[in-house]
Design a protein around this ligand. Structure first.
Ligand code: SAH
Length: 350
């Protein structure tokens, strides 16, 4: 089934009810047979909400003057990583708004190498947006192994309608290529059910991600943010959730051996969003380890969950949720992408 066609994807995207359940069950079976039923955890740490970009959908866009800006210090970031490592997590994601100057990336390279020294077993994913090749290289050499840069949409014309003039689709692609050449495990993804998007776009997105040969995927439904220029457009949350889940199942079908996250946006649309994501074929969850008092300032979209829960309780609950979805929670396993391990092996032997 891995050579799923565009027509089949378009048709499957709108499935509901029993047929949708079958699609999701098949994706889970494929996941279990290919990458196992292990559930991997990544502690998500939002390191700064300062962003130079003005993406038309995003709550931390530079034109949103209501934001209270923050930038975690090196010590604060390390504290968040300590909290995750104390609970046996062996992977973290550091994410921030985008900055162009050399300073932030340099500072972050320092933080990454500190983390690597203190927690050699913890794998780091970075998600700092479009940086220069040198900056990516520096961060890689400092010890980061994975990078997540969503293409947001694979259709350049659609991209143009979601982003301001000065942002470049081609540069984003170039960044993904640079990351790959440097040796990162690369992650990408799209916003699902975003304004002006068609089912054909989403089918193309799946084929695009396959063609890009990604190792991991973080994609989630678009959710409006009240301070963004697109907030006035009509929005159907049920459709967003259903499409979000079907995209996970279809990407799993197209790329059985990659890591796919059940993202936070699913939780905004449903109390059991994470579980639904796992039941559709995802194998990664990203519990929040950002400082509780800063979470409300990293509002990418309205109603993003910010509630703080005692970390032990949070992890216990997620372990139980994983088990209830038929998975084996594997906290201590860094959960490298099987796809990446295979292609690395291939690169080394050819
Ligand atoms: N600066 C980094 C991280 C951006 S925030 C980068 O450019 O990669 C991480 C992701 O949040 C974005 O890639 C986008 O897909 C998602 N996001 C932003 N606004 C959103 C919204 N309104 N609804 C859903 N997801 C959103």
């Amino acid at each position: 089934m891995t050579s799923i066609s565009k027509g089949e994807i378009i048709e499957a995207l709108s499935l509901e009810g029993e047929e949708q359940e079958t699609l999701h069950d098949e994706a889970c079976n494929l996941r279990d047979e290919t990458v196992s039923n292990n559930l991997y955890f990544r502690g998500l740490i939002e390191t700064s909400n300062i962003c130079v970009n003005d993406c038309l959908y995003c709550g931390i866009r530079t034109s949103n003057k209501k934001i209270k800006h923050f930038e975690l210090t090196s010590e604060e970031i390390m504290h968040c990583v300590d909290l995750a490592a104390e609970r046996s997590l062996s992977a973290v994601v550091l994410q921030s708004g985008e900055r162009r100057g050399p300073r932030y990336a340099d500072d972050m390279a320092g933080v990454v190498s500190h983390i690597k020294k203190a927690h050699p077993a913890v794998s780091m994913t970075l998600s700092f947006g479009e940086l220069s090749r040198d900056q990516y290289q520096k961060l890689y050499e400092a010890g980061a192994e994975r990078y997540l840069l969503r293409i947001e949409t694979s259709d350049e014309k659609h991209y143009r309608r979601l982003h301001p003039e000065e942002m470049s689709f081609k540069n984003r692609l170039q960044c993904l290529e640079n990351l790959r050449e440097i040796g990162y495990q690369i992650g990408s993804g799209v916003m699902i059910n975003s304004p002006f998007q068609t089912l054909e776009n989403l089918a193309d997105d799946i084929l695009f991600l396959k063609n890009l040969d990604i190792d991991m995927c973080g994609m989630g439904p678009y959710i409006p943010h009240e301070e963004s220029p697109l907030a006035h457009l009509p929005y159907a949350p049920d459709k967003a959730l259903s499409l979000g889940l079907n995209m996970i199942a279809l990407l799993r079908t197209a790329m059985p051996d990659i890591n796919i996250a059940a993202t936070t946006a699913l939780e905004t649309l449903s109390l059991h969003g994470k579980e639904l994501g796992l039941l559709a074929g995802a194998n990664v969850i990203m519990p929040q380890f950002s400082p509780p008092e800063k979470r409300g300032d990293y509002m990418l979209y309205d109603n993003k969950p910010v509630a703080f829960e005692n970390y032990d309780d949070l992890i216990n609950k997620l372990v139980e949720a994983g088990i209830s979805c038929g998975m084996t929670p594997s906290l201590k396993d860094p959960g490298h992408s099987l796809h990446f391990l295979k292609r690395k092996n291939y690169d080394n032997t050819h």
